[in-house]
Design a protein. Structure first.
Length: 237
């Protein structure tokens, strides 16, 4: 995206020219707009978000789940009984080969989960039927999505970021004055830390809210513009 992080490595021996990774031994410098970007900043951030989402997937016991993008249903089918993810399996049942999806708790842990094995062709049919229902009732779904956006916008407390910044500025001045006079500044420092944490949380909440609204709007655009084409394409699936 056109930015650069400087001094990621450094030379420890000028004779051998040996370099090692900088893990905090020396300061690093982050330069924005250092060179011509390959992709937009927005695209880069969306990719980082997706990488984080994929790497954060874990089962009920906290074990990390590997991600495979080989199939469109990967990591989006969950067991209604135990909540674990379904995995794609090449099945050979009494000499009859087929592709099925099974609950990972049954595959890995041999648990008492009673989730049925899903044939992939049946799964595809169910997905296409859902797309067709969405197309036939798209006005209803668009209204639901519109209400969701309104709910998100109204949710949460209205925090005035400017007032937090003004208070922080005053507290920092107080902190400097009390330090000069050798007065106790514990209470001032604590309030400063609390306000900084509040501002950071407000920024995170605001960012999450905007991202959620963006996703809803993307889905709205898909329903408005893509479903007709999707119906034609999925007939041949």
């Amino acid at each position: 995206m056109g930015d650069a992080l400087l001094q990621k490595t450094y030379t420890i021996d000028f004779l051998s020219k040996k370099r090692i990774k900088n893990n905090g031994a020396l300061p690093q410098y982050y330069v924005e707009d250092d060179h011509e970007p390959i992709i937009s900043r927005e695209t880069f951030m969306l990719v980082q978000e997706e990488i984080a989402r994929r790497s954060s997937k874990r089962d009920k016991n906290g074990k990390k789940i590997g991600y495979s993008s080989n199939h469109c249903f990967s990591k989006i089918i969950y067991c209604a009984e135990c909540g674990e993810i379904f995995r794609r399996v090449h099945w050979n049942n009494r000499g009859k080969k087929s592709i099925v999806w099974r609950c990972t708790s049954r595959l890995d842990k041999k648990s008492e989960c009673h989730a049925r094995t899903l044939n992939e062709e049946l799964l595809k049919s169910a997905f296409l039927e859902a797309i067709h229902i969405l197309q036939e009732n798209k006005n209803d779904y668009l209204e639901i999505l519109k209400k969701n956006i309104e709910t998100v916008l109204k949710s949460g407390k209205n925090v005035n970021s400017e007032s937090i910044d003004e208070r922080l500025e005053k507290l920092q001045s107080e902190l400097i004055e009390k330090t000069k006079k050798h007065e106790d500044y514990t209470q001032t420092a604590e309030e400063t830390l609390e306000l900084k944490a509040k501002k950071e949380q407000f920024t995170m909440d605001d960012s999450s809210k905007k991202d959620y609204i963006r996703r809803i709007k993307d889905l709205q655009n898909f329903i408005k513009n893509s479903l007709s084409e999707c119906r034609i394409l999925t007939k041949n699936w």
